[in-house]
Design a protein around this ligand. Structure first.
Ligand code: URP
Ligand code: ZN
Ligand code: ZN
Length: 462
């Protein structure tokens, strides 16, 4: 199968020019002006942007959590992703406590195989790291699982102690892997939660009020200090607030290799949303929580200044009816997480490009190129160049779209961004040379997505 994309405006993190792209099988082979090559399908992209497929490095598909399982599996979640212009994702496999990382990886590979419609990789969540298991981190890196997530939150579930984090960081200083940190002070939060519940404060709002921004600032600082002591880079996931951002910014100013991501929910939602009456606030229960609104402009500025390099979604969907309502009478029972995999490119285009906070190049950089570089997929993915995978989105900058659960493709009964109007939408989505979305129809099939064996993060330093 060959494809010829004609007359499109190609936007990468560095470039912006009009040319034709020729794709043979799964790769881009030629880029040039007025290419005169026969192809099985010719796509006219005049007036459209041609961008590298989006890469979402933070999803939780088919994940058991909070007494239930996230509602999208690898088929439904990746279909939603494709409609939104995301052609690769990195999900989180979990090491079962007391067992090997390999067991965790096997479980997650089985969840994805036969289902994923776009390419996918895995981070490994480390729940347990006795000395005899440290070498398993090297095995993971050798197999292309080159990043690890550790938690300073969720005591008795996923939280590990500082020594465990330090040991993991030291190992990545040798094997080139990257530690990703969920930075919230779990012990202090647990104490506040108990006090809050004892006072009878049980509505969703108290989820946010019992997880203060200072608890994220403290843990972000601690994680960065541990990485400094271990002499290795670190990546802070789902950063929400100024308290944490200033810690990242200070460290980067000193020259420490600290990376961080934020998510659309922290740029668009706030404490006002979780305060909604009649339990509606439960739709916005995730951790770390929504913050006071003023933090949003700080995060946008963090993206502008490159203190934040990536926007991911932390897509962890639970239905409002049947899942979120497990916590109807007590916010501690509401499964933590929200849906967003399909909406990332739209929301970042709207808030970033349309609202003139940053350029088209920067939009591509934070949604595709930086994720590929930091997580070892560049230049195979995250750019448009001869030799790279033909993961391409044709983006119509004029097409208007209202985000709604009525029209989205993710398997979840609400949208966190219901009613939000965005200008700019996907026209056509290509994954490894195959058109998988065209005219609002899904043309891919379950199981066509490949596991991506990732390299280490060296490209992030170029
Ligand atoms: O609330 C969230 N974010 N759920 C998913 C797990 C995590 O901490 O990323
Ligand atoms: Zn987390
Ligand atoms: Zn997450």
């Amino acid at each position: 199968m060959s494809l010829l994309i004609k007359n499109g405006r190609i936007i990468t993190a560095e470039q912006d020019y009009i040319a034709d792209i020729y794709i043979e099988k799964d790769k881009i082979t030629t880029i040039g002006l007025s290419l005169n090559i026969q192809a099985d399908k010719i796509i006219d992209a005049k007036g459209k942007y041609v961008i590298p497929g989006g890469i979402d490095v933070h999803t939780h598909l088919d994940m058991p959590f909070g007494g239930t399982t996230s509602s999208d599996d690898f088929e439904t979640g990746t279909i939603g992703a494709a409609f939104g212009g995301t052609t690769s994702l990195i999900d989180f496999a979990i090491q079962p406590k007391g067992k090997s990382m390999r067991e965790g990886l096997d479980i997650w590979r089985k969840k994805a195989e036969g289902k994923a419609t776009i390419d996918y990789g895995f981070h490994m969540i480390i729940t347990d790291l006795p000395d005899e298991r440290i070498c398993e981190m090297d095995d993971m890196v050798a197999e292309g699982v080159t990043s690890f997530k550790l938690f300073l939150a969720y005591p008795n579930v996923l939280m590990v102690d500082d020594a465990t984090i330090f040991k993991a960081l030291k190992q990545t200083s040798k094997n080139g892997g990257l530690v990703c940190m969920h930075a919230e002070n779990g012990m202090v939060i647990d104490h506040i939660v108990k006090e809050t519940v004892a006072k009878g404060n049980l509505s969703p709002l108290y989820h946010a009020l019992s997880r203060p921004a200072a608890a994220e600032g403290e843990s972000t600082n601690r994680a960065i200090a541990l990485a400094e002591m271990a002499g290795t880079p670190i990546y802070i996931v789902h950063l929400t607030c100024n308290d944490a951002l200033i810690k990242v910014s200070e460290a980067r100013d000193k020259g420490q290799p600290v990376f961080a991501e934020t998510c659309p929910q922290y740029l668009y939602l706030s404490i006002d949303d979780i305060s909604k009456p009649d339990f509606e606030g439960a739709k916005y229960v995730f951790s770390p929580p929504v913050r006071e609104k003023w933090n949003q402009e700080k995060l946008w500025a963090g993206l502008q200044k490159n203190d934040l390099q990536v926007v991911s979604t932390d897509h962890c969907p639970f239905n409002f009816k049947g899942q979120k309502d497990m916590g109807k009478d007590n916010f501690t029972k509401i499964p933590n997480g929200g849906p967003g995999l399909e909406n990332r490119l739209h929301l970042m285009y709207q808030g970033g490009v349309n609202e003139k906070r940053f350029s088209l190049n920067r939009w591509v950089e934070i949604t595709s190129t930086n994720p590929a570089k930091i997580f070892g997929m560049y230049p195979r993915k995250g750019t448009i160049t001869p030799g790279s995978d033909a993961d391409i989105v044709i983006w119509d900058p004029q097409k208007e779209h209202t985000i709604s659960a009525k029209t989205h493709h993710m398997r979840v009964d609400y949208s966190m961004f219901e009613g939000k109007k965005v200008k700019g939408d996907t026209d056509l989505v290509i994954s490894r040379g195959e058109v998988i979305v065209e005219n609002k129809k899904f043309l891919g099939k379950a199981g066509r997505g490949n596991f991506v064996k990732r390299d280490t993060h060296g490209a992030a330093w170029n």
